[in-house]
Ligand binder design. Structure first.
Ligand code: ADP
Ligand code: ZN
Length: 213
């Protein structure tokens, strides 16, 4: 399946929960890029500046990364959750080609209004080692130290006001059109992203179960 939705809608947290529930890999292009930046790979060097400014990484690079990742055996057995890709119509078209032999079951749009995500993005904190999500409202148990791995919990470099603004405006012009694109192809489920994480998870499971092949 594919998870769409505005930045800060809780996609990451929900995708982790879904990947545990269905026992399938959670493939987050944002996490993959951040790992490449940490490791200082060629890709990481190219992506770092774009990401810090809140700009999208070029389509051809992103399509190559996802194509390689979906070739791995762990995705062919039970499926996968794709988080953060596609973000443009060109990426969606490439994904349709990549998955031609095993088409997507469902595309979920996790629906949260712009005013709400702005607030959530400003309060968002993340583990610099394992990428676990926290927030000012839901901090780790002890100081800003990750509950899972003991890593430092910090604000993401691209959660500055200017980068947030850029990401949300790119979302409206480039990513939001995918909602209609997938609806036309009969793949779209819209899930209300308001409420507690448990409430949202329950809605997601209901929407996905009814679509699973
Ligand atoms: P968010 O948590 O804000 O939704 P992600 O963690 O998914 O953002 O991605 C972080 C950054 O990585 C994006 O702002 C963008 O620069 C880059 N990125 C991730 N996925 C893609 C993609 N599919 N196409 C282009 N850029 C991407
Ligand atoms: Zn951690």
């Amino acid at each position: 399946m594919v998870m769409l939705g505005r930045q800060g809608a809780g996609k990451g947290t929900q995708c982790v929960r879904l990947s545990r529930h269905y026992v399938v890999p959670h493939i987050s292009t944002g996490d993959m890029l951040r790992a490449a930046v940490r490791e200082g790979t060629e890709l990481g060097l190219k992506a770092a500046e774009l990401m810090a400014a809140g700009s999208l990484v070029p389509d051809d690079i992103m399509i190559g990364i996802v194509d390689d990742r979906l070739d791995c055996d762990d995705t062919t057995e039970r499926g996968y959750i794709l988080d953060g890709f596609p973000r443009t119509v060109d990426q969606a078209e490439a994904l349709a080609d990549i998955t031609a032999a095993r088409p997507l079951d469902v595309v979920v749009d996790l629906d949260v209004a712009k005013e709400v995500v702005l607030e959530r993005l400003a309060g968002r904190r993340v583990c610099s080692d394992c990428a676990a999500n926290y927030s000012l409202d839901k901090p780790p148990r002890y100081g800003w130290v990750c509950d899972n791995c003991g890593g430092d919990v910090v604000q993401r470099e691209d959660d500055t006001p200017a980068a947030i603004e850029k990401r949300l405006s790119d979302y409206e012009t480039k990513t939001a059109p995918l909602i209609a694109w997938y609806r036309e192809r009969g793949l779209l489920e819209v899930v209300d992203g308001y409420g507690t994480a448990d409430e949202v998870t329950a809605r997601l499971l209901a929407a996905i179960d009814q679509r699973r092949r």
